[in-house]
Design a protein around this ligand. Sequence first.
Ligand SMILES: Cc1ncc(COP(=O)(O)O)c(C=O)c1O
Length: 386
Amino acid sequence: MKPPESFAAPAPSAIAFIDLAAQQRRLKPVIDANIARVLAHGQYILGPEVAEFEAALAARAGVKHAIGCASGTDALVLPLMARGIGPGDAVFVPSFTFVASAEAPVIVGATPVFVDVDPETFLIDPKSLADATSAARSSGLRPAAVIPVDLFGQPADYVALAAIVAEHELFVIADAAQSFGGRRVGKAVGSLATVTSTSFFPSKPLGGYGDGGAIFTDDGELAARIRSLRVHGQGTHKYDNVRIGVNSRLDTMQAAILLAKLSIFSDELKARDRIARRYGDLLSNVVRTPTIDRDAESAWALYTIAHADRDKLAERLKARGVPTAVYYPIPLHRQEAYRRYPIAPRGLTVSERLATEVISLPMHPYLDAAAQDYIATAVRESLRIK
Ligand SMILES: Cc1ncc(COP(=O)(O)O)c(C=O)c1O
């Protein structure tokens, strides 16, 4: 498709959806030095960089314990294992999220129960959760845990969930794979729930060069159990196995790379926030731009807009050299592998609609004003074409 005459601005050479290369150019000497240090000491498993990185994470989140592990998915599985959640237990999960949020309860033998999300914030809907907990109990399941997801970077409203959590004594694991660096009610992500799980997948706000994750908690006993579980249920020494565990450690090499990235993380978060605000200024009168609650600060893992004719918009943006992505095109309760699990009694209509409407625009700390202007103009032009 040829751009119309009125589409005057030239396309910047190549707009990246997420520009990890720009970040690497900025950080290369530090990353190289950190990698060289690991190669010199050779402690590739649970080397000193892992402990250093965990201490830095805990300080940043304002919690006593941060525990590195192999992925954001394992960061959800390990706390469920540590708490002994399994068969007969219901774990409530929003349907509009990445599959790992629901995969974790299934891995431990529990039943994920799908809950709807708020139409404005796309975060777990407390009313739908309340209905689902009562329905799960009536069906013979024991309401055991909830995994609110901090979707696209905005922390869920943990205060609004507190009454339901208390009533059913639910274990709360915040799925903060997309929100590390965000804040709510003046507190950092990591300190908003009993346990918080995050991911260092390369495209996340704090991403490594491979898989990785971390778990945050103030609960010392739980932290000790998770530390044991991530090393085959280790007891007092390597060949003392006190529980069934897994192999899920954060590599020393990833910790070394992440330490370098952590040194510029605050600056990158500021850039993401500035870019998100600018998108809002440029686009809020033509599409539905993200709704961030007054007491929340997003880490802006993704900048996701909504539009009824999302697919046509994606096509037209692609023709103009603007990469986009859809997170997520199918709500989890409609996925083949998850169709058989229970859903909240009043259905999941918001999750179903959002899956047809959302589209994410390029978002990363190195998106310059010219590229952003080009993207915004491309969105406006694309929407004007009938
Ligand atoms: C909401 C959410 N939860 C969990 C995960 C799992 O993280 P990982 O890919 O590190 O296993 C992701 C990552 O994509 C995610 O977006």
